[in-house]
Design a protein around this ligand. Structure first.
Ligand code: 6CS
Length: 359
């Protein structure tokens, strides 16, 4: 990636860890609501992002920061750490689990090795083709409740899921049928279940952190990758690929989490501020991703002669069929609880789609 230096990442991670114990905001092992002490304001919450400045996650974090700092009259400050200032997705999850960062994004494509149930969001053609159906399901309290326990077991408090747009495939050729993936070194997110989605199409899945994609494409260590349009633009992937295939196999879904013990120990008013602010930001994030994905496609078109291909329904059906066995693999990896979640999610989609008024 152009905007990230690995050594800097490691250094920053070490600095964060060193300062973790003397944070403005109590670390999970320090003060708690129960000890009756008034917090010493202002306190600072650290929010780490899996994406760079200008991204969907960055917009989300800025909106949250503005709200929290305003509702709390400046008593709570939020320090935002965009991708590149601390570490990879999975490192951010680890830092949140041990309390060095308070809040972070944790995308299932990486997180599923830690919380296997979240691998359900890496499955293709599972959610609806209707984005508003997906938006409502992902924003529902019911879904968050389904996942609360698996996250809590990893000392993570799940605050919600955020869709960031359709996954778009890039390569130096069109990917119209599963046969086009045959033997193709295709970058996937790092969890085992993310790999399975592309193995099912005959690709040679090559898991790698986000920061590595650009150089791996440039060096021809990989031949393709999948990400929403806004990411393909801001990470420059379109500069080193000549075709974008729009197959709408899945939404890119991420989750917003905090250190569970830190959240449980927050004074009641701070907890309420956080929950209220998150409730306000979620619908905005939907609008932000829609706007960014549309405008960045224009930017890509202006700055390159990349080909864009929209698959027909018949072409999509071939991928849908090839993707179905991965659901079995998911249930083996995510166990009974994962199986139930998959079932519940399919029911939610069916129900929501049946309630969509006819056009
Ligand atoms: O592909 C990835 O790894 C990343 N893609 C996005 C859009 N956000 C974060 C994630 O790590």
């Amino acid at each position: 990636m152009r905007k990230l230096c690995h050594w800097r990442t490691t250094m920053f991670a070490m600095v964060i860890l060193l300062f973790a114990g003397c944070s403005d905001s109590p670390s999970p092992t320090e003060t708690s609501e129960d000890d009756g002490e008034k917090p010493t304001y202002p306190v600072t919450w650290r929010f780490a992002l899996e994406e760079i400045e200008g991204s969907v996650q960055h917009h989300y974090a800025l909106e949250l920061k503005e709200r929290i700092e305003s509702i709390s009259d400046g008593n709570i400050l939020i320090d935002i750490f965009p991708y590149g200032s601390i570490g990879t997705s999975i490192q951010l999850t680890d830092l949140a689990r041990e309390g060095s960062v308070h809040l972070t994004f944790a995308s299932p494509g990486h997180l599923a090795d830690v919380v296997p149930e979240t691998g359900v969001f890496t499955l293709h053609f599972l959610l609806s083709d209707d984005e508003t159906v997906n938006r409502d399901i992902l924003a529902s309290d019911q879904l968050v409740r389904e996942f609360s326990e698996p996250y809590a077991e990893q000392n993570l408090k799940l605050h919600g899921f955020v869709p960031e747009g359709w996954m778009v495939w890039t390569a130096n050729k069109a990917l119209r049928t599963p046969a086009d993936f045959d033997g193709l070194a295709f970058r996937t997110m790092t969890s085992k279940i993310s790999v399975e989605a592309y193995k099912a199409y005959g690709a040679v899945p090559t898991p790698a952190p986000y920061a590595q994609i650009y150089s791996d494409l440039q060096l021809r260590r990989i031949a393709g990758q999948a990400n929403p349009v806004f990411a393909i633009e801001e990470m420059g992937f379109y500069e080193v690929q000549n075709t974008m295939t729009f197959a709408r196999p899945a939404q890119f879904v991420t989750s917003v989490v905090s250190n569970k013990q830190w959240f449980d120990d927050l004074p009641t008013d701070q907890k309420q501020w956080l929950e209220d602010a998150l409730d306000e930001v979620t619908p905005l994030a939907w609008e932000v991703q829609a706007e960014l994905n549309a405008s960045r496609l224009e930017t890509i078109r202006q700055n390159s002669d990349i080909r864009t291909i929209e698959l027909t329904e018949e072409e999509r059906d071939r991928f849908r069929e090839a993707s179905l066995p991965v659901r079995e693999t998911y249930t083996r990896m995510a166990g009974d609880r994962g199986k139930e979640i998959l079932q519940r999610l399919m029911e939610m989609v069916d129900k929501a789609e049946s309630e969509v008024p006819e056009a």
